[in-house]
Design a protein around this ligand. Sequence first.
Ligand code: PEP
Ligand code: MG
Length: 755
Amino acid sequence: MITDAGTGPRVLLRRLREVMAEDIQPQARLDRIARLVAANMVAEVCSIYLRRGDMVLELCATEGLNPEAVHQTTLQIGEGLVGVIAETVEPLKLSDAQSHPKFAYRPETGEDPYNSFLGVPILRSGQMLGVLVVQNQIRRHYTDEEVEALQTIAVVLAEMVVSGALVDLEDFAAASDLLTRSWRLEGAGIADGVAMGHVVLHEPRVDVVHAIAEDPAVEHEKLTQSIENLRQWIDTTLARPDLSSTGEHRDVLEAYRMFAHDRGWIRRIREAVDTGLTAEAAVQRVQGDTRAQMGRQSDPFWRERLHDLEDLSHRLLRHLAGKTSTAASEDIPKDAIVCARTMGPAELLDYDQQSLRGLVLEEGSATSHVAIVARALDIPLIGRVAGLLDRVESNHAIILDGNSGEVYVRPQSDVIDAYAEKVRFRARRQAQYAALRDEPAVTQDGVPISLNINAGLLVDLPHLGQSGAAGIGLFRTELQFMVSSTFPRLRMQMDLYSKVLDAAEGRPVVFRTLDLGSDKVLPYFTHDREENPAMGWRAIRIALDRPALLRYQIRALLGAAEGRELQMMFPMISEVPEFVAARRLVDRELSRREKLGLKPPSKVSVGTMLEVPALAWQLDALCQHVDFISVGSNDLLQFLFASDRTHPRLSDRYDSLSPAVVSVLKQVVEVCNRHNVPVSLCGEMAGRPLEAMALIGLGFRKISMPPASVGPVKMMIRSLNAAALESYVQNLDGQAQQSLRAGFEEFAKKHGVTV
Ligand code: PEP
Ligand code: MG
């Protein structure tokens, strides 16, 4: 037999647990709870309002008000005192409720005699599920302990609501619209592509299953241990040399550390445990307060810090639940779209790549290391999606459009249909390209073009076979350095290069030596801050100043290529003597090998990238020293136009088919041909069919591009008449003042070239 006697939150929680266990109808349970709370809080009234739909709060049970009003009285969010609590998600206590400007009188409730009012939101994981109110006739001030006690009861009520013990979940929005509605979110498209699939939370949420503690001492002990583990995790992560590549920014971790030692935060959680909650429920209750503060905070800095504190609460919950590993170690859906606040490159590589379809981050930028890996895996990545984690739930449907930066959470059928069509179209195209894989890249008039891929990580290597490319035209060796946590040792470098050559199975591979600096920063390599890093101490400039670095790399390359052909080139050469100095290091390493009696590569070719405009005016001299030249159009155009290649406002400002570019490239090909020096181009423009067509018109016969571009470019080549294009290009001289793009487009149209 349950009696409603006894006071204090712990007693009440014990009673609530008994009510939960009773075999009664949800409404009877609600009524019972209202009665228990009123008795326990020595209040004449206790009312429970639950949210129905998006905006309405419905009186679902009351002790003290007119029972006829139950399921009749409703308030909008923001309307009346109850609506204010729902809106601000904060407690409200008043000794003279009726004089509050927001007081909304509902005659059917008969609440006129009650002057004092205390209400708290019923929250779960930051979602507002309803409002719990007590009222008294006399004008009185509710104490902080009473507010605390009512909040604790609200935590338990929230768990009951979500479990369906109190209401029919069909009728009530047990989870708020944040987690049920369709959302269209916007971020920055960082890696292209479209993906449809299901949400995988990189750091799975912990659901608090038991809100009422059996033994508070046990809960305190659990909390102590978990806080200790959490602090240790922060200290260990902060001490890691590869901090930035773990996906955790130092300032976020510093904020975590500050909060993890914040006595106030821990005291509030402990006080919540003292009221009878489990440690998990206590953390969640305090988290509710943080959210309310976040809503009030207009200063972006403090909002960000509160966001950090919320994050930290999630982590503490995960420590309490003993679930600290990421979703990568769990079974994920076959069409997984991973959602996270931030992520490091190694963490992304931990996922089963067969199942990974896309990645969405609340942070992240185009130059972040995880972006490099996403591109290598050929999955779309959208970054800077504000409010993402508040709206996604594991296994819910999600669509990403990496081209537009749009994310559709629980998309509606018209969006699904539109994207399904895009995906089908893409799949049809992919099938057409795949069918061309073993066909030669030869023009209609029999001119063979060597199509190569750009690569940089082991995960890129399967693309070589899949794309049917002739080889790897640019292997960016710095990528391995960027995704690794410490400086890759000689052996590690040699292993990678050797694997690359193995995977190439005799197809040519051009290794580019380290292009560090600018946006390619290594956390373990100290580098002074620069005003203009793209034009700063980078690439070959670092290598010549610190020759040991380059010599080790050359040593690794020579070792890996033992008995095989090796091609290497240097980045950012600006003057001929730089190339000569770098090449001398290769010669020294070759003679070292000879002295040690080690087998040399069967052939060594040493070339340079042409990325600095000044080099284009030294070609005659340069050609005396190089075995080949590869034009790096990404940097060359950035420096030609003095226009930052990573600046979003500048990305479309200058055309890669402008007369200046076309004229420089034409001259480069002519000089190289005159000296019989092979020339190729490996910037992004080579991967766009129209640009690739123009390059062929300018005389390029070898180009290198992202793997996904090989199919479209090959299709273009097989529909092209190179002779017709060359004569078109010969006649362009001096004609155009603006971009030649329209002219090339017209040529393609007229001659039936698939671009
Ligand atoms: C280039 O600059 O064109 C190039 C291929 O090198 P990266 O993009 O690595 O600078
Ligand atoms: Mg470059």
